[in-house]
Design a protein around this ligand. Structure first.
Ligand code: SF4
Length: 342
């Protein structure tokens, strides 16, 4: 049996090209994209105001929407929901829905697994299992029951988005376009270790906010925590950020996993301020979430208190982010592509 193409992941011009090949009006490309992405129809037969012949053609030419995607969900005690997706390509990846009152955030994955190998991250410990294409990235938002209540998206799940930038960029186009999901660019954040070449591409035409994983301002220590420092030094990343600043309403932040006894000294606070001089940014401190693949320790209240005091003295604006979904293995750095034991 021939495997039929998937339509989720296509842009209006791609759909129009297919329509044209079969003698249909190419003007329906935008309409069909809107039905799929903005209206979130679940089946081709739900499409209205389009000739029946086009609906029939969709049913014969493409796989039915979401037909080859399955997911299990697992509810955390704090209201977060972890979705574990499996697709026909055999990939397994996760999204986390977090209800913060008015802010309903979905954290989505860009790859199955990850090849960056950050030492504090469970995803890094399972290795790389493949890139997700744009359709698989966007589907994580479209397929879940809370789809229409999500008003913040973060690309911070499994994977390094700039290691799969062609597909992530296409997904961002679909998510932000008027013919697509029409999500505000300032309501999406891409989180990256900072891969120089792709970061420059991103910064030349940014489609969302950017969060760079810092974790240490000292190159040797950062390389110990994040092997990507060896090929993509933080100094070069910061230089690029200074050359191509983000403009309002887009924002730059740095992620800082707080590891007890390691990266929370006065020298760290001072070096962060020094490194970032001239940049407009915010530091998000994430107390480390414990898991079995690493033996770091979560910081004490005292450590966090002193560190943030030193940050204040050095003029660094910061927030401590308490991760959600800890009990279901869904907090930052805990994604392993499986459900927790029942
Ligand atoms: S922290 Fe992000 S980039 Fe690093 S290994 Fe985990 S998923 Fe990959």
């Amino acid at each position: 049996m021939l495997t039929r193409k998937r339509i989720i992941g296509l842009r209006p011009e791609d759909i129009s090209r297919e329509l044209g090949k079969y003698g249909f009006s190419i003007n329906y490309g935008v309409t069909l994209a809107q039905k799929i992405y903005r209206n979130r129809i679940k089946r081709f037969s739900d499409i209205s105001n389009v000739p029946k012949a086009i609906v029939n053609w969709l049913e014969q030419s493409f796989q039915e929407l979401y037909a080859d995607l399955t997911y299990e969900n697992c509810n955390g005690a704090d209201g977060s929901v972890k979705y574990l997706f499996s697709n026909a390509e055999g990939q397994v990846y996760e999204s986390i829905y977090m209800d913060h009152g008015k802010r309903n955030t979905l954290c989505i994955s860009s790859q199955a697994g990850c090849r960056m190998g950050c030492k504090f991250c469970l995803t890094g410990s399972i290795g790389f299992k493949g890139n997700l294409d744009a359709g698989r990235i966007v589907e994580q938002l479209l397929a879940i029951p809370e789809s229409k209540t999500v008003n913040r998206l973060v690309i911070m799940g499994m994977g390094e988005p700039l290691d799969n930038y062609t597909e992530v960029k296409r997904a961002l186009e679909i998510l932000t376009a008027e013919w697509g999901v029409a999500f505000g660019k300032a309501n999406i954040t891409l989180s990256s270790v900072g891969i120089i070449d792709e970061l420059e591409q991103f910064l030349q035409n940014p489609l969302c906010n950017l969060a760079i994983s810092l974790h240490s301002p000292f190159p040797i220590e950062r390389a110990m925590l994040m092997p990507s420092e060896n090929s993509n030094p933080i100094e070069k990343v910061v230089d690029l950020l200074k050359r191509f600043p983000l403009h309002k309403p887009l924002r730059l932040s740095f992620e800082y996993v707080a590891l007890s006894g390691i990266n929370l000294t006065q020298e760290h606070a001072r070096a962060i301020a020094e490194l970032m001089k001239g940049l407009k940014y915010h530091l998000n401190i994430i107390p480390w979430n414990e898991h079995s693949a690493a033996d770091f320790k979560r910081p004490t209240e005292n450590e966090l208190e002193s560190f943030t005091r030193w940050l204040n003295r050095n003029g660094v604006l910061w927030t401590i982010r308490q991760s959600k979904g800890n009990d279901v293995g869904a907090a930052c750095g805990q994604m392993a592509g499986k459900q927790p034991p029942k």
